[in-house]
Design a protein around this ligand. Structure first.
Ligand code: PRX
Length: 652
């Protein structure tokens, strides 16, 4: 079942261990193993008591909750009857705590322009935006799609929605107009917030035109709010529908009180790929999510008042939601935000930023680390990285080679590395080293955080023994857990709660070693992880077969030194020659259908696809072919053995 392919061998043989430096431990939030064991045991044995205390202490309540937890498995409510507001927790509560003049966002644009916003200034901007949304007619419960570059206005728009109880649905600015339209329609979005364009490697990419195309197919969207970022000429504006941000937001009052919202009021929807073709809108609600994002941020990043924290994720992904916006801001952190590419104007841009802003905590993805290795050490050597004290990794397993380079070259062998395992669905980090106490092993996300009860099971739902692989489940509810799939209760229950009754099914395979450390070993389904981004193979297949020349398509992941997994597509065609031109055309077609991140790396033309006698495509076999491996395992169920020989020819 596992698709971890080559990575399993890697992790099984990894036994190096790196204890945290003593000077780190001395000042750490978690500074002894016994402290962790104690907190972990309390959260497990007195769940409601533990979270009641946490919630009272770490969130602002307009009205207190009357019950900590209600429900079971898929249907849960946390902090019942309580009223809070995530924007209040991230802004007003910080000002009340004396952080009004502290920098909340330190921003640098790709061209080198800069901007800083203190918590007080950020609150003013969020208030103006909230007032503008209200004027446009957005009220609590309405869905707002956000398709923007990584400018301060992106978190401002998110927090403005949160302030009035509107539900944001951020769509990563690399997605196609088709993908935006699908998300608008699924969510019933009333407004889209976008920009005239974004900077990418020195070029201006238009955004508004892409949104316009999407809006032709988005009947629920009434308005479009447009930020002027790049100043490119001739941005099309439709009278009566489109509004410039500077005309609509800037003149508003900078005081707009946060609306007290129910603990379970939807905070956002974020679309992610599942095992079927249609992305699912993962729903997170207000109090539990905000608390989880805040506390996991404080625990895992060992946050101190004077830290300069940089999470390099885009707000279009869950990492940006939880660890650019809701976690760090609810903890009053100073967050660096960078708009552009890591190799513009040169491959040392990240290290230039770390040196310039004296970044102390860096949270990035293994795919980025592998790119830095490829670009060469000289780009790192040019810069003073001595401000760094902690490094983080997220999105996919970090291979030991990349881990060691990150540790030595970026961390100067003094910074602990937190390899954080979690998902869009979990809301925040679930398993990670605690940097002051956990001896790290390259490639392992180590131990669960307080409140997380992992369970690794076999197909019958029975827990497997240590050192055995199985399906990773979470056995008990936690405050940050997803509350549903937008508009699809049935899929929610089927996907996560049916296969292993009573437990949340993560979709990942994992193994726990004799030290109680967890090792993630790839997915149990047809989800692939390309540069830390989740994609469903079926989604890419659907895009391919929507091209007139494609009869059938099968998509698999193959190992890739840079991206982790690359997308390999096998297609059978009609009416066209199997040549380079068609290959390019099909790649562009997928790009147009989904977005650049889904563009296949390889397209192979096949006469037929290998199927079992019952007609199922044999992906395992295609994975071997795509990776250039000898086809291993049982091929006895293959309907026509000659298909196999032809697959390697790569011409129909
Ligand atoms: O397979 C796991 C992998 O990414 C999936 C979640 O993807 P997404 O919802 O897009 O969220 C990414 C950011 C949290 C997981 O099911 N994954 C994420 N982090 C790790 C990981 N695999 C191994 N180690 C990790 N640290």
């Amino acid at each position: 079942m596992s698709d971890a392919s080559g990575q399993i061998d890697h992790v099984l043989t990894e036994d190096r261990s790196f204890p945290p430096p003593a000077e780190f431990t001395e000042r750490a939030v978690f500074s002894s193993q016994s402290q962790y064991e104690e907190v972990y045991a309390r959260a497990r044995d007195d769940r409601d008591g533990f979270w009641a205390e946490e919630a009272k202490q770490h969130l602002h309540w307009f009205e207190p909750f009357t019950k900590v937890f209600d429900g079971q498995t898929s249907k849960v409510r946390w902090f019942v009857d309580g009223k809070t507001n995530a924007s209040y927790n991230c802004l007003d509560a910080q000002i009340d705590a004396g952080r009004g003049d502290k920098n909340a966002i330190v921003w640098e644009g790709e061209p080198g322009d800069t901007r800083t916003l203190t918590y007080r200034e950020l609150r003013s901007e969020v208030c103006k935006c909230a007032a503008a949304l209200t004027e446009i007619g957005i009220t609590a419960g309405d869905v707002v799609s956000i398709y923007m570059p990584m400018t301060p206005e992106l978190p401002i728009a998110m927090l403005a929605c949160a302030r009035i109880g509107a539900i944001h649905s951020v769509v990563f600015a690399g997605f196609s107009s088709e993908s935006i339209a699908d998300r608008n329609n699924d969510a019933g979005a009333k407004l889209v917030i976008t920009a005239d364009g974004l900077y990418r490697r020195g070029k201006v990419l238009p955004l508004k035109e892409t949104v316009d195309e999407a809006l032709e197919k988005s009947p629920t969207v009434k308005n479009c709010l447009v930020l002027r970022r790049t100043g490119n000429d001739n941005v099309p504006m439709t009278e009566g529908r489109d509004l410039w941000w500077h005309d609509t937001v800037d003149h508003q009052s900078d005081d707009f009180p946060a609306v007290p919202l129910d603990s379970e009021a939807p905070l956002f929807i974020l679309y992610t790929s599942g095992s079927t073709g249609k992305p699912k809108g993962i729903l997170h609600t207000t109090a539990g999510y905000n608390l989880w994002a805040k506390r996991t941020f404080q625990w895992v990043f060992d946050h101190r008042e004077d830290d300069v924290y940089w999470c390099t994720a885009d707000c279009g992904w869950i990492t940006g939601h939880s660890y650019v916006v809701y976690g760090p801001m609810a903890a009053g952190a100073t967050c660096l935000m960078y708009e552009g590419a890591p190799n513009h104007p040169a491959e040392d841009r990240f290290w230039d930023l770390v040196e310039k802003y004296k970044v102390t905590i860096l949270y990035t993805a293994p795919t980025a680390v592998r790119a830095f290795i490829k670009w060469g050490d000289e780009h790192v050597d040019k810069h003073d990285l001595s401000s760094l004290r902690l490094l983080g990794s997220v999105g996919e397993g970090i291979n030991p080679e990349a881990w060691m380079w990150y540790h030595k070259k970026i961390g100067g062998e003094r910074c602990p590395i937190v390899d954080t395992w979690w998902q869009t669905e979990t809301g925040g980090i679930m398993m990670s080293p605690l940097p002051g106490i956990t001896a790290t092993k390259p490639g392992s996300c180590t131990r669960p955080l307080p409140g997380v009860i992992p369970s690794i099971v076999d197909e019958t739902g029975k827990d497997v023994d240590p050192n055995h692989g199985g399906m990773l489940c979470i056995a008990e509810p936690w405050p940050g857990m997803l509350r549903g799939i937008w508009g699809d209760e049935q899929r929610f229950v089927e996907q996560y709660w049916s296969m292993i009754p009573g437990k949340y099914l993560t979709g990942d395979n994992a193994r726990m070693d004799s030290d109680g450390y967890y090792w993630i070993m790839g997915r149990i389904d047809d989800v692939i992880n390309v540069s830390g981004h989740r994609l469903s193979t079926i989604e890419v297949e659907s895009a391919l077969v929507s091209h007139e020349a494609v009869c059938e398509a099968a998509v698999v992941g193959r190992e890739d030194a840079l991206k982790g997994q690359a997308i390999a597509a096998f297609v059978t065609i009609r009416g066209r020659e199997p040549n380079e031109e068609l290959r390019k055309e099909l790649k562009m077609h997928v790009r147009k259908q989904i977005g650049a991140l889904a563009q296949p790396d390889d397209i192979r033309f096949a006469a037929t696809l290998p199927k079992t006698r019952s007609g199922k495509i044999m992906r395992r076999l295609l994975r071997d072919v795509a990776s250039g491996r000898e086809v291993a395992g049982d091929t006895s169920t293959l309907e026509d053995l000659s298909v196999l020989a032809k697959l390697n020819d790569d011409e129909a």
